[in-house]
Design a protein around this ligand. Structure first.
Ligand code: ZN
Length: 179
């Protein structure tokens, strides 16, 4: 749950970060940056500010602004029926991103959200800087966290059906309530 004011402040803050990263977006786009707290009501800790440029039946591109140390919760993109699941490429535009996927535990720089450690099972750390990108196959668990200066990243993917995403934390809901 976010108040209307919190939502608006986060949206403006994200728009500034995106502009500073050098990506031009329109006023209309600034106003539809989606602020998501994943139903956890701790936006600065776990959440994301997501602008979808387009999402067709086949391709999608989003830009995600993460505040300093803000964590996008652990999730995966499942296969559903004939759809093999979303294949996604994350590319860093600005800032440092700590990216986690299954593999040898190597966490050094990221910080697990306090009291939510059990919902972060992927502990293989990849430190990503501007220009770095990583491909995520469908079904692979992943999460990421911005460094101290925040981060702006692209998410390129096959068709995104966000409501189908699966999260490790069962308390997560994909739609953010605004009061
Ligand atoms: Zn993902």
């Amino acid at each position: 749950m976010l108040t209307r004011k919190e939502y608006s402040i986060a949206q403006k803050r994200a728009a500034k970060m995106i502009a500073k990263s050098g990506i031009k977006i329109t006023e209309e786009e600034k106003n539809r940056i989606n602020v998501s707290d994943f139903g956890l009501s701790a936006l600065d800790l776990e959440g994301g500010q997501i602008l979808t440029f387009f999402n067709t039946e086949r391709i999608s591109t989003k830009i995600i602004a993460l505040f300093p140390r803000q964590t996008l919760p652990e999730h995966w993109h499942p296969s559903i029926g004939d759809n093999p699941g979303k294949e996604e490429v994350i590319r860093v535009i600005e800032g440092t991103l700590y990216f986690y996927c299954p593999g040898e535990a190597s966490m050094r720089f990221g910080k697990l959200p306090v009291n939510r450690e059990m919902f972060y099972t992927a502990r293989h750390e990849i430190v990503m800087l501007p220009g770095d990108q990583i491909m995520i196959k469908p079904g692979i668990v992943h999460w990421f966290q911005a460094g101290e200066g925040g981060a702006v990243i692209f998410s390129f993917s096959t068709c995104a059906k966000d409501l189908n995403d699966c999260f490790t934390n069962p308390n997560i809901v994909r739609t953010t309530k605004v009061k």
